[in-house]
Design a protein around this ligand. Structure first.
Ligand SMILES: *Cc1c(COP(=O)(O)O)cnc(C)c1O
Length: 377
C-alpha cells in the first residue's frame, strides 16, 4: 500500500463517480428513498450509515492499519461505546495518568453500573501484573500521556494483557497514527479523540474506535447504531479535510515542540521539562523505538509555585489560554486548575505548578519569544 500522506488524502475520498467532485459530498440527509419496501440503496437511516461518515471511517481505519473503524460524536462517546462491551462485575485497569474524562466515565458512570476499576502506575511492571484479576477485561493505556507525557512500552503491555486474557486499549490521541501504530505493536483496540490532532483545527468534536477484532468491532458498531452518539455529516467532512494534512502538520508540531522543549530546558525559571524527545525523559528510549517522532505536547514545572504558573499562562499573546490541544494554533493551560481540576486528590492529580503547552504550527521564533516574554513577567 502507498505511504501515509497519500492514503490520508485519497482513501475514502475517491472523486465522485457522476459529478467528478474531488471532495466527498456532505450528505445532509437523515433518511434514504427506498426502491421497494425494505430495499434502500445505501442505508435505511443516517444513524445507521451516512456516506460522509463512511468515507471518514474508511480513511481513519486505513491510517491505523485497522480492518474496522467506527466514528463517534466525541472521543468519550467512542470510549463509552467500547466500554459497553463490558458486563457488571468486569474489571478494567487504567493507567494512573489517563485523561480525566476517561477516569470520570469509568468511575462515575461504569462504576455505578458495576464495572470495577483499578488505577496503576504503568511504569511499575510488578504493579501492572498484580493488578490483573479473573474478571479483568481491559488494560487502558495512554502513551504519551496527559499532561506528564509518560511513555510506556505498548508491545510489553500487550503481552501482559494477553497472558491474562484481557484486551489492551490504547488511546492514541496524542501520538496519532502518523507517529505510532498501536495495533501493529500488539494492541487490540485504538481509541481517539479526533477533536485533537486528527481534526487539527479546533473546529470540531469527534471520536474514533479502531480494531482488527471482528467480533468486538461488530459490537461497537451495534452500539454506535443502537445508542446513537453519531457524528453529523459536516463534522465528518471537517475531520476528513483535517486528516489530509495530518502528516505535514505533525512534522511541524514535532519540530516546533522540540525547539520549545530545548528553550525551556535552558531557561532559569523552569524546573523540569516533560517531553519524550529529551534524552533524559524516562520514556525516551521506548519513544524512539515505538514512535517515529515525539509529538507536539510539552509540559513543564516552574521553580516557583502555582501563582507564578498561573501568571505565565495569563501572560502569553501567541499561545492562547485554553483547554484542548492538537490544533494549528498554540495553546497554554494550567492542568491543576483547568483540564485536571477534577483529578484533585486522586492518583491522576498533576503538580500544581505544571504548565501544559500544545505547540502549534506557527513560526517557532514567535512561539519562543512569546514564552520568553511570559516567563519574564
Ligand atoms: C480530549 C481527549 C479525550 C476525550 O475526547 P473528546 O473528544 O473531548 O470527547 C480522550 N482522550 C484524550 C487523550 C483526550 O485528549
Amino acid at each position: 500500500m502507498s505511504g501515509f500522506n497519500t492514503r490520508a488524502i485519497h482513501v475514502g475520498s475517491e472523486p465522485d463517480a457522476v459529478i467528478g467532485a474531488v471532495n466527498p459530498a456532505v450528505y445532509f440527509t437523515s433518511t434514504y428513498a427506498q426502491d421497494g419496501v425494505g430495499a434502500p440503496r445505501f442505508s435505511d437511516y443516517s444513524r445507521g450509515n451516512n456516506p460522509t461518515r463512511a468515507a471518514l471511517e474508511t480513511c481513519l481505519a486505513d491510517l491505523e492499519g485497522a480492518r474496522h473503524g467506527v466514528a463517534f460524536a466525541s472521543g468519550l462517546a467512542g470510549e463509552d461505546a467500547l466500554l459497553r462491551t463490558l458486563a457488571p462485575g468486569d474489571h478494567v485497569i487504567l493507567g494512573n495518568d489517563a485523561y480525566g474524562g476517561t477516569y470520570r466515565l469509568l468511575t462515575r458512570i461504569f462504576g455505578d453500573w458495576g464495572v470495577r476499576i483499578s488505577t496503576v502506575d504503568l511504569h511499575d511492571v510488578d504493579a501492572v501484573a498484580s493488578a490483573f484479576g479473573e474478571r479483568t477485561r481491559m488494560l487502558w493505556v495512554e502513551t504519551p500521556s496527559n499532561p506528564l507525557l509518560n511513555v510506556v512500552d505498548i508491545a510489553a503491555l500487550a503481552k501482559t494483557s494477553h497472558e491474562h486474557g484481557a484486551l489492551l486499549v490504547i488511546d492514541n490521541t496524542f501520538a496519532t497514527p502518523y507517529l505510532q501504530l498501536p495495533l501493529s505493536l500488539g494492541a487490540d483496540v485504538v481509541v481517539h479523540s479526533t477533536t485533537k490532532y486528527i481534526g487539527g483545527h479546533s473546529d470540531v468534536i469527534g471520536g474514533f474506535v479502531a480494531t482488527n477484532d471482528d467480533e468486538l468491532a461488530g459490537r461497537v458498531r451495534f452500539h454506535q447504531y443502537a445508542i446513537g452518539a453519531v457524528p453529523g455529516p459536516m463534522d465528518c467532512y471537517l475531520l476528513l479535510r483535517g486528516v489530509k494534512t495530518l502528516g505535514v502538520r505533525m512534522d511541524r508540531h514535532c519540530s516546533n515542540a522540540r525547539v520549545v522543549a530545548d528553550f525551556l530546558t535552558d531557561h532559569d525559571a523552569v524546573d523540569r521539562v516533560y517531553y519524550p524527545g529529551l534524552i533524559d525523559h524516562p520514556g525516551h528510549d521506548i519513544a524512539v523505538a515505538q514512535m517515529s517522532d515525539f509529538g507536539g505536547m510539552v509540559s513543564f514545572t516552574l521553580k516557583s509555585g502555582v501563582d507564578v504558573a498561573r501568571k505565565v499562562c495569563e501572560s502569553t499573546s501567541v499561545f492562547v489560554l485554553a483547554e484542548s490541544l492538537g490544533g494549528v494554533e498554540s495553546l497554554i493551560e494550567l492542568p491543576s486548575e483547568m483540564t485536571h481540576l477534577s483529578a484533585a486528590g486522586s492518583m491522576l492529580e498533576p503538580p500544581a505548578n505544571l504548565v501544559r503547552l500544545s505547540v502549534g504550527i506557527e513560526d517557532v521564533d514567535d512561539l519562543v519569544s512569546d514564552l520568553a516574554q511570559a516567563l519574564s513577567t
